[in-house]
Design a protein around this ligand. Sequence first.
Ligand SMILES: Cc1cc2nc3c(=O)[nH]c(=O)nc-3n(C[C@H](O)[C@H](O)[C@H](O)COP(=O)(O)OP(=O)(O)OC[C@H]3O[C@@H](n4cnc5c(N)ncnc54)[C@H](O)[C@@H]3O)c2cc1C
Length: 416
Amino acid sequence: MSSPEHDVIIIGGGPAGATTAAFLAKEGHDVLIFEKDQFPRYHIGESMMPFCYYTLEKLGLADQMDKIGFQQKHSVQFVTTDGRISKPFYFFQHKDCPSAVTWQVERAVFDNMLAGKAREYGAEIRENHKVLDVIRDENGKVVGVEVENSNGREQHFAKLVVDASGRDALVQSKSKWRRRDPALNKIAIWTYFEGAMRDPGLDAGATTVAYLPDKGWFWYIPMRDNRVSVGVVADRDYLYRDSRDPAEIMKREIHENVWIEKHLESGKQVGEYNVTGEYSYRAEYCAADGVILVGDAFAFLDPVFSSGVFLALKSGELAAEAIDKALKEGDTKPERFQEYGKTLCEAMERMRKIVYAFYDEDFSFAKLIRRHPHLRPPLTDLLIGDLFVEEFDELFEAIEEICELPEPVDYGFKIA
Ligand SMILES: Cc1cc2nc3c(=O)[nH]c(=O)nc-3n(C[C@H](O)[C@H](O)[C@H](O)COP(=O)(O)OP(=O)(O)OC[C@H]3O[C@@H](n4cnc5c(N)ncnc54)[C@H](O)[C@@H]3O)c2cc1C
């Protein structure tokens, strides 16, 4: 077995991998990312949560967001099937701070910017390099990766490997660690429109969540260049009830929501229709000897509140802190990453509760706020991503008066 050539090898250069790499390289560690695609590359996940700001700021990227000209997002709003709009949740009304404005991003551009930052701090990124598997030593410790590129196969070794391979989730798939959230097993179909209607003023960049019957929903995400990302999410049985053709399903569902239908009237559909299933999972373990999981490679939660990129950035930041400390102290035992997993799982459980409530027949935000107007601030805290605090007991008790909330799952924070 070869000795480590690098401090850290990272599988995948999306937001989680690039963030982990940037923070570690900034601390002087030798970091190598293998990315199977070539930047800039398309990715779904365009609506950001306000608290993305803080990780971007630490990376010196917050100013870049407006320089690039991403569509600003000031609020989230909810629309009933007959077209009634909730009072928008304006982020600045809640906390007037720089994170009160966030963005709708083309991920090709956003991810390329993050990868550029990782490179600027000294990380190396090898694009068009697909990791086939991790390499383990005789004790089962992960010591490197086997990679395929246009020249064939190579092996590379490092003190630690970070799996940031997104929903491919290399380590959890190979190790059979994936645990699905059965109540959140949805399908998403999405595409893009040009020239569709935008709301005026501050609402021009709002994310709209528009309901369908049976608690399905549309996302309507206005982006730059007169483009809108439109997706429909619902149970498999509901979406596939009379067709499996994504274009037909999208057209059918557009007629199920008055607001969506009106907003898309002037729009022209462009590009392909995309479909994904296998929603909401978490790995049994957040780390094992020699390997740590970050971003979607660790866990994926239904995207109704746009938490994915935020959790990818934050998990990259938290993992990098733990790895940096471990490397500097010369002790990379897996137990050192227990706290990372625990912190992340606790935050994800808070988000998971509100996602469960969203899908419950009896729950609505309007009902909750009518009953408990003073709980609007902590509810907005959750929606902006202020998840890494423990102040939500009263909010969850109030939600439980309306609907049942899930118990935390008893995995994810464990070490294999
Ligand atoms: C339908 C849908 C809608 C969503 N909407 C939103 C939204 O509005 N807002 C939001 O915040 N989030 C959203 N998300 C979630 C968001 O897309 C993800 O949470 C986010 O991209 C996770 O970042 P990541 O870095 O963990 O993974 P990714 O962004 O997927 O990056 C992983 C990278 O790893 C590379 N890779 C994979 N396998 C290998 C391999 N074997 N070798 C080398 N490289 C590899 C991939 O090419 C990719 O570049 C949505 C997700 C879905 C499915």
